[in-house]
Design a protein around this ligand. Structure first.
Ligand SMILES: [Zn+2]
Ligand SMILES: [Zn+2]
Length: 120
């Protein structure tokens, strides 16, 4: 069971309406021990030591936003979602082709990137 806390702040929901957060499953920054609300992203005040220990034990930590199909570029070292340019998979940062990728992975990437960018 994740730990739930009451957030008194408001956030904008997916319909563009202002809402009170209410019961949320907060997450902690393990470095600063600050606790945040996942909906409004505000720091939650008055967190007891016991709650912090519980969050640590449950590993309810702040996670980095995931970039889907992220590839590390061998030329410039940047990790980013690659772009497809004339059937080649290229780095969006330096525009060099990702030649280190295996053929099956390239086929999968092309497929995923095409469908992922369709609904944007
Ligand atoms: Zn909140
Ligand atoms: Zn690059």
């Amino acid at each position: 069971m994740p730990l739930a806390l009451n957030c008194v702040n408001t956030h904008i929901d997916k319909f563009g309406k202002k809402r009170h957060c209410g019961q949320v499953e907060p997450y902690m920054d393990p470095k600063t021990e600050q606790v945040f609300c996942p909906l409004c992203d505000n720091e939650m005040p008055n967190i007891t030591h016991f709650t912090k220990v519980t969050l640590k034990n449950l590993r309810q930590f702040r996670t980095k936003p995931q970039i889907p199909f992220c590839v590390k570029c061998q030329s410039c070292g940047k990790e980013a979602q690659p772009a497809i340019v004339s059937d080649d998979i290229v780095c969006p940062s330096c525009s060099k082709a990702h030649t280190h990728l295996s053929e099956p992975f390239k086929i999968m990437l092309k497929d995923k990137l095409r469908t992922a960018n369709k609904d944007v």
